[in-house]
Design a protein around this ligand. Structure first.
Ligand code: PAF
Length: 287
């Protein structure tokens, strides 16, 4: 697997592949890779001739009091996992390579101005999705992929990227991949590593609420308020859990739902100790 640290190296390699008529898939990541990321690489390998993963902790998507400095990093481990799963090139840029003004700052952003990025995670992370869109747009411009792969665990991110691709006329197919869970149900996340033993057990309350919520909708519940209340009730039984939000929204534009119909997204962010975890389920509910 090739390790590219500069934009120039990526461009040269991708140009070479494109000359040979090969299709290119991109898996954007912030590193500290786990089986969730591996499943994105597997999907990309199955759909594209060549696969590029990016491994970059993006400063512009972290707010001032968030975990940018402490975000876990292990590039050697990442390389092993990527190589095992058939990735052809990893793009591992420095902050200055991505943001040439220095200090991880930029004056040029890509931002969706409607309500979509202000809902759910956007309520407490107001600049987060502007940073995500900006770095993903840059990665699209650098790699020029045919397809790009994102996890459904970050369902709001996935919907926002799809919207950005439509609005900015990127000719890139966005492929959403299912949440990968630990055996006991906890959704895989690089942030799980922050949890101590007791918190790790408490964190199970997220998937417990997700599974119970999903069953309620499958069993016919159509009131969004009742569903959200029932899920909050489950979470509040865990003393270490502090709810940031539990919401039932439209999977397309993140608008709040009263009636559970159409493409629904039921998403949550919950603090377990100091660690903020997210989980969700999506469903197509017949009208
Ligand atoms: O999902 C992530 O890990 C990040 O938000 C992404 C898409 C790699 C952009 O930094």
């Amino acid at each position: 697997m090739k390790v590219a640290r500069t934009i120039k190296e990526v461009r040269e390699q991708v140009t070479e592949w494109k000359k040979q008529g090969l299709t290119v898939g991109l898996v954007p990541t912030m590193g500290y890779l786990h089986e969730g990321h591996a499943s994105l690489v597997d999907k990309a390998v199955s759909m594209c001739d060549r696969v590029v993963a990016s491994d970059f902790v993006n400063p512009t998507q972290f707010g001032p009091n968030e975990d940018l400095e402490s975000y876990p990093r292990d590039f050697e481990h990442d390389c092993r996992l990527l190589e095992e799963h058939g990735c052809d090139m990893v793009f591992y840029p420095s902050v200055d390579e991505m943001y040439p003004d220095g200090g991880g700052k930029t004056d040029t952003y890509v931002e969706i101005l409607d309500d979509m990025p202000k809902q759910l995670c956007g309520k407490t992370r107001p600049i987060h999705f502007r940073g995500v869109c900006t770095v993903v747009a840059k990665l699209f411009n650098i790699v020029l992929p045919d397809k790009a792969f994102f996890g459904q665990k970050d369902a709001q991110q996935l919907a926002i990227i799809k919207r950005m691709v439509r609005d900015m006329s990127y000719g890139i197919e966005i492929v959403g991949c299912p949440i990968v869970r630990e055996e006991d149900g906890l959704a895989k996340s690089s942030r799980n590593t922050y949890l101590n033993e007791e918190e790790r057990k408490a964190a199970l309350v997220l998937s417990k609420a997700v599974f119970a919520g999903k069953k309620m909708v499958q069993d016919g519940e159509r009131s969004a308020d009742k569903l959200v209340e029932a899920m909050k009730e489950i979470i509040s039984k865990e003393p270490m859990a502090k709810i940031d939000y539990v919401s039932a929204v439209s999977g397309r534009d993140m608008s709040t739902l009263k009636v559970l119909e159409g493409e629904i997204l039921v998403a949550m962010a919950v603090y377990i100790g100091k660690t903020r975890l997210i989980d969700n389920f999506m469903m197509e509910v017949e009208k």
